[in-house]
Each structure stands twice: as C-alpha cells, then as structure tokens.
Design a protein around this ligand. Structure first.
Ligand code: GLC
Length: 537
C-alpha cells in the first residue's frame, strides 16, 4: 500500500458511524412543539455517549416547510423555526468539542418556490434569463404538458406558471412537490451558486454534506417522454422498487435521473472540499438502479461515499443480504471507494416495522443492525432506531408529508414522530414544558424513552451502546476485507479481521462457527436462534 492509500484509509468518514437527526423531531429547545438547533445542541452529550462519530442533520435552512425543509428558500440562513445562524455556529462548536463531526444536508436538485430566484423567474416571464435557471417549457398548442414525467410525490411533474396578459403559457418542472421547482443545471449560474453555498458552510466549520437527490440535477437533453412499462406508473424513483424483490427488478427508462453530466458537478465539488483541511467529505443520496451505477458516484475524484440503499431495500432473507454484501464490496472495490450501510432514514418505514413489527420485528431489526455494524465502511443510523422505535400509524388529519397531500395515500410521517426522551406520557420530555409536538406521539411510548431504556441491560438503547463500543475497538483496524462463509441457506456469515459475524434469517437454530460469542442481538446458547445475530472472536 502506497503512502497515498495509507492517508486515504485514515480519513475519519471511512469507518464512522453517523447518526441522522431530523431537526423538527429530535429535541425542542423553545417549547413551540417543533425541534430546533438549541434542542439538538443540548442533547449532543447523549449522542457522544451513545458512541457515534458524526451527526448528519436534515435541512434547517430558511424554508416554507412544504417538504419539511427539503424546499429551501435561502441556503445561507436558518429557518426561524430552528433558530439562527449563531445557533448553528454553537451547535457545530459544541459537537466538535465533544468529538463529533457535523454533516449538513445540501439540496441542489430544486429550490423552494419561495426562493428569490424562482419568484424572479415567475415575474420575469417566458424566455427570460431568470426562467432559464429553472426548467420552464411552453405548453402544447392545446395546453398540454411538455412531457409525461410524473412527480415522485404523485401526479404530473409539471405545474402551470401564472401567465401575464399576452404571455405564452408555460409549465415548470418539479420532480417532487410543486413547491420544489427543479433547477436547470445546464445554466452555469446554478453551479456557481452551489459552490458558494458549499464554501459558506465549509467556512462555518461543517465536516461534510449529505447531498439530496444526487442522482437528479441534470435531465436528458430534449426532455423526451419516459418509456413506461405496462403495469407500472411513470412515477419513477428507484425507492419505488422497495416492494419488488431484488432478483425480479429490471432497469427502467429514466431520462430524468442519473445523467452522465452530473458527475462533472461532483468532480468540481470534490476540488472545492479538497482545498479545506480536516478530511471534509460528501455523501450522495443517489437512488441509482444498480451497484455499478452507484459506484460511479464514488470514483476517487467524486463523492466520498454514497448511501447503499440496496441494504435497506433487501427483504428478510439471508440470500438477499449476502448478495448485497457481495455486490456492494465488488462494486465499491472496482473504484476503490468505501462502502456504507443503512437500514432506516426519514423517507422509509422504520426497519422494526419493515421486518414484521412487534417483538419479531425488533429482534430482526437488532440482528440486521449488528450485522451491518460488523461490515467494513461506515454505517448510518436514524434517530430513534437506538430506542427500537417502530413506524407510527399517524392519523390522516395529522399527516403533513407532501406525498400524502398529493396522493391521499401513505406518506413518511410515521418515521418522523418526535423522539421520546423521558416521562410517562406525551410529549415525553421532547420540549422544556408540556407542549405537545407538531405530530402526536403514541400513548404507549413510556417504556421506550431514553430515560426508561438507560441502564436497562435488556433495552435496545443499551444494546446499541454496547454494539457501538465494541465496533469502535475493532472497526478501524480490522481492514476492509470480508470473507463470506457458507453456513447454510438461511445464514449470513462473514469474517472480517478478528471478528466473525453470523445472522440467522431462518426459522430453526443454527450451529455457531468456531470462536466465542462476545456480542449478540438476543439470547444465544450453544446455537444461534432464529432472528438473531452474534459476533464471535
Ligand atoms: C430526498 C429527501 C426527501 C425529500 C426529497 C426531495 O429524497 O430525502 O426527504 O422529500 O429528497 O427533496
């Protein structure tokens, strides 16, 4: 290994465990029922003690909150709901004092419709340089839409812009909500603006960026219709594939995603980050269709990492899990990148519930987590998973997700319910007083508060603490090689450095390989029970 390789291997993010904070639901400092930056700062010692290395915060920028901050009106200021720039500085400083790195969210595919650029675009009218920063197109002669693209949140991806007297009728593109107009990345002003935004936050001391919809930005020139297979809707985002078994997935036609031009943007950003000290990093939220297309985002001169959604999308099957490990290590190996693992985030059903809910779902969730924490690369945790929180069945009148508002179905509110910190009833210490949070918490959460789980050796929280502590002692030195072991069709097993990890996805106990168990996700005897994982050495 050459000197360069050695330096690269030591970058903090290659082995980090990063904890995702969804600011409005983490901790409320001012008692308005919505989480905020001072609330986060006050709880940072909890995260240090949990044993994570970094935090990633979903957006806290100025925003009308139509998509809870993923609709940014000003990339260089804080929404008053969350605090001020000085609160952000305090949060970053405190995190660094505690040895935690800070990753912030960057949303470059679209702005809010209240961003000054979009207001100017509407005011300036068709053909103007202001409209050229977004994707405006003339309506057809009969008023028809420019193409057949659908919004990820349901309905057409086009909304008509108000037309002044005598003006041509135009539509603007929004691959998400109509309040999230897509930027035109073929206009150089757009790229220049984002470089300024990166520098703004790097200068304030952030250690990295999580890049929202990194597979977006560029659309195929000409904006042709998407070819839609029979029986499938045109709404296209690879996460829709969650309910299609991996083996049956075929590639979809996606002229709106994953275009080759996008990689030039990330090469430029890579150079911007490289000029700063301290191994600044950026991680892609890229819902690409294959491990190979994901790997393209983590070539040595692009992103540091990309979320590995294949792990999250895998169903409870040893075959699928093992296949994802194999495929990920291969794909990432091709470009010398570092793998990532994630089971939950603010967009998907919590993994306790995905794996069946109740005691079974929790056992499986802990087992999958323990398996993931033994793998090389870095792991991303989502707030509340360390408490074993399930998805909440949120009543329709409380749902705020634009996905639900546009379609009347589903929505991601159920994984965004505020964290229960203490006490026997809602709001479970979420804020300083008795104010109820922006979305109601269930009545039966008293046993899963941080307070209730702390010190209880059988709790999910103490399990996470033990697992993260154990990982710290070996993960950074265990190397990146994984040797998959054949222990039967229902078992995922691999050796990494001194540790062997075994996961039983079947219905019968299985024999353990040689070694002594030093950590397990549930009770283990001479054999490994179903829905359980163990680490041996
Ligand atoms: C990403 C975010 C999601 C958001 C969408 C639009 O997928 O994770 O929460 O709604 O982008 O910005």
């Amino acid at each position: 290994m050459g000197l360069n390789d050695q330096t690269r291997r030591q970058e903090w993010w290659r082995h980090a465990v990063t904890y995702q904070i969804y600011p409005r639901s983490f901790a409320d400092g001012n008692g308005d029922g919505v989480g905020d930056l001072p609330g986060i700062t006050s709880r940072l010692p909890y995260l240090r003690d949990l044993g994570v290395d970094a935090i990633w915060l979903s957006p806290f920028y100025t925003s009308p909150q139509r998509d809870h901050g993923y609709d940014v009106a000003d990339y260089r200021d804080i929404d008053p709901l969350f605090g001020t720039l000085s609160d952000a500085d305090d949060m970053i400083e405190r995190a660094h004092e505690l040895g935690l790195k800070v990753i912030v969210d960057l949303v470059p595919n679209h702005t809010s419709s209240e961003h000054e650029w979009f207001r100017a675009a509407l005011a300036a009218g068709p053909g103007s340089p202001e409209r050229d920063r977004y994707v405006f197109r003339d309506a057809g002669p009969d008023g028809s839409l420019p193409n057949n693209w659908m919004s990820v949140f349901g309905g057409p991806a086009w909304t008509q812009a108000p037309a002044g007297p005598g003006e041509k009728e135009q539509y603007y593109l929004h691959l998400f909500d109509s309040s999230q107009p897509d930027l035109n990345w073929r206009n150089p002003e757009v790229g220049d603006m984002f470089v300024e935004v990166l520098r703004f936050w790097l200068d304030r001391g952030v250690d990295g960026f999580r890049v929202d919809v990194a597979h977006g930005l560029f659309k195929e020139e000409g904006l042709r219709d998407q070819v839609v297979e029979a029986g499938r809707t045109a709404s296209s985002d690879a996460r829709d594939a969650a309910d299609v078994p991996m083996v049956e997935r075929t590639l979809r036609d996606e002229p709106m995603w994953d275009q080759p031009e996008v990689h030039d943007v990330y090469r430029r950003w890579h150079e911007v980050l490289a000029k700063y000290d301290g191994d600044r990093m950026f991680v892609a939220e890229a819902w690409t269709q294959t491990p190979e297309s994901m790997a393209a985002y983590v070539r040595p001169d692009e992103f540091s990492q990309a979320f590995n959604f294949a792990w999250l999308l895998a169903s409870w099957s040893a075959e699928e899990f093992a296949e994802v490990v194999r495929g990920t290590m291969e794909a990432v190996g091709l470009v010398g990148g570092s793998p990532t693992w994630v089971l939950s985030n603010h967009d998907v059903v919590r993994h306790v519930t995905r794996y069946g809910g109740g005691a079974l779902g929790l056992a499986r969730a802990k087992a999958a987590t323990l398996t993931m924490l033994a793998l090389p690369g870095s792991a991303y945790l989502y707030q509340g998973e360390e408490l074993g929180l399930p998805e909440v069945d949120v009543a329709a009148e409380h749902k705020q997700d634009p996905l639900f508002i546009r379609t009347g179905e589903g929505g991601r509110d159920g994984c965004r319910v505020p964290i229960p910190w203490s006490g026997a009833a809602a709001p479970y210490g979420f804020g300083p007083g008795g104010e109820q949070p922006w979305i109601p918490q269930p009545d039966d959460w008293a046993p899963v508060t941080v307070e209730a789980e702390t010190g209880d050796a059988d709790s999910t929280l103490e399990f996470y603490r033990a697992a993260l502590a154990a990982r710290r002692t070996f993960a950074t030195s265990a190397g990146d090689d994984v040797e998959l072991l054949e222990l039967g069709a229902d078992v995922v097993a691999f050796r990494r450095g001194p540790v062997t990890a075994v996961l039983n996805c079947g219905t019968e106990p299985v024999a353990l390989p040689a070694g002594s168990v030093f950590l397990a996700s549930g009770p283990v005897g001479d054999t490994l029970p179903p829905d359980t994982a163990a680490w041996l050495r």
